[in-house]
Write a protein that binds this ligand. Structure first.
Ligand code: NDP
Ligand code: GDR
Length: 379
């Protein structure tokens, strides 16, 4: 067996290590003593921002974090990496993960999110690693789509509503199938929405916290939103990656719903975020005509905002061809079998995200004041 730098004897491979969850999971596994390998895509500019703080220069030390170029669309590449790494645990977090974008690129999304999962499972089997390597699949509450039951649990029927969700449904079942067919330790975490300051800027929570912070500092005038009635069960990514690891430490592989059991609307998340900046909003109008107007401003976090400003409008451009209106998870199984419970509330998470984005906005405003105008464009 190849010698490794693991402190606990274990080696993990993470696809999607440069993403939100991948970065938190890599930190978590390094703290546990793992040697962590990650697959990153080749990009024309640097794409490792979220993991730069844990990267160790291979010239200076025996790093416990190692990166490999790769792509979930490339079978030979995945097989070669798996053969080289011989992981004890594989976390398949890599995906084209944006639901709205999946309507624009359905075929690519199917290839990466659906077939990519098959490629990994098949490579594990092809290399004879099926008894050694445990496999975690990043499944999603989007599988429930048009919900059949409230709240949603492991037994709730699926009705996917986007090319993303349909691709993830294939990945869900192929993971179950490899478990049943080949006795592989393979399981699905059916995770509800989870966020953090590392959330991609075009997902709704981050779009809101970043957009409002920019408006507070005078970098932008207005936030343009899609469906503000959508209801989501939002948790913190840090809580959810802990659970990803816990799922692979059981005697038997099983699928689990991971959620907080509480939901709020997009509109309520806007209200919470604005309040963190000292801004109270009034929402008026309906559907495409809805706007949010500033009714009061307190404190010094939003010097560029005045009473009467309209700082949120609806732009139908952000409506989806088929929408998932409401998601609410029931995490009882995870609580009873694994003792998992989320530790961070949506209010605490929102406060953390706003504080981070306000700090960024202040830096940008300062640069702008001194003649260095960098783009803060909002999606
Ligand atoms: P992100 O979008 O932040 O990260 C996705 C990761 O996948 C990035 O590292 C990205 O690389 C990588 N990736 C994209 N395409 C490919 C490809 N073709 N080959 C290899 N890697 C690729 O997602 P999250 O961290 O939020 O989510 C992690 C996983 O969990 C995803 O599979 C997502 O679908 C799923 N999920 C997420 C939930 C959430 O609320 N966050 C809820 C339920 C499931 P790059 O950095 O280069 O773009
Ligand atoms: P979602 O997350 O589609 O649930 O998928 P997203 O944050 O994109 O949308 C949540 C809800 O907000 C509504 N919405 C908007 N969404 C975006 N992105 N931008 C807007 O301007 C906007 N206005 C309203 C959406 O219509 C939707 O109802 C996320 C991803 O992380 C998936 O990978 C993951 O599987 C699921 O969560 C669980």
């Amino acid at each position: 067996m190849k010698p490794n730098n693991s402190l606990n004897g274990k080696v993990a491979l993470i696809t999607g290590i440069t993403g939100q969850d991948g970065s938190y999971l890599a930190e978590f596994l390094l703290e546990k003593g793992y040697e962590v390998h990650g697959i990153k895509r080749r990009s024309s500019s640097f794409n490792t921002d979220r993991i730069d703080h844990i990267y160790q220069d291979p010239h200076e030390a025996n790093p416990r974090l190692k990166l490999h170029y790769g792509d979930l669309t490339d079978t030979s590449n995945l097989t070669r990496i798996l053969r080289e790494v011989q992981p004890d645990e594989v976390y398949n977090l890599g995906a084209q993960s944006h639901v709205a974008v999946s309507f624009e690129s359905p075929e690519y999304t199917a290839d990466v999110d659906g077939m990519g999962t098959l490629r990994l499972l098949e490579a594990i089997r092809f290399l004879g690693l099926e008894k050694k390597t445990r496999f975690y699949q990043a499944s999603t509450s989007e599988l429930y789509g048009l919900v059949q039951e409230i709240p949603q649990k492991e037994t709730t029927p699926f009705h996917p509503r986007s090319p993303y969700a349909v691709a993830k449904m294939y990945a869900y079942w192929i993971t179950v199938n490899y478990r049943e067919s080949y006795g592989m330790y393979a399981c699905n975490g059916i995770l509800f929405n989870h966020e953090s300051p590392r959330r991609g800027e075009t997902f709704v929570t981050r779009k809101i916290t970043r957009g409002l912070a920019n408006i507070a500092q005078g970098l932008e005038k207005c936030l343009f939103m899609g469906n503000m009635d959508a209801l989501r069960d939002w948790g913190h990514a840090k809580d959810y990656v802990r659970m990803q690891w816990m799922m692979l430490q059981q005697d038997q592989p099983e699928d689990f719903v991971i959620a907080t059991g509480k939901q709020i609307s997009v509109r309520e998340f806007i209200r919470l975020s604005a309040a963190e900046l000292g801004i109270q909003l009034a929402f008026t109008g309906k559907g495409e005509g809805e706007v949010a107007t500033v009714v009061s401003v307190e404190g010094d976090k939003a010097p560029a905002v005045s009473v009467g400003d309209v700082i949120v409008k609806v732009d139908p451009r952000y409506f989806r061809p088929a929408e998932v209106e409401t998601l609410l998870g029931d995490p009882s199984k995870a609580k009873e079998k694994l003792g998992w419970e989320p530790e961070i509330t949506v209010e605490e998470m929102c406060a953390e995200m706003v504080a981070y984005d306000l700090d960024q906005a202040k830096r940008h405003a300062l640069l702008k004041e001194h003649g260095f105008d960098i783009s803060v464009a909002m999606e």
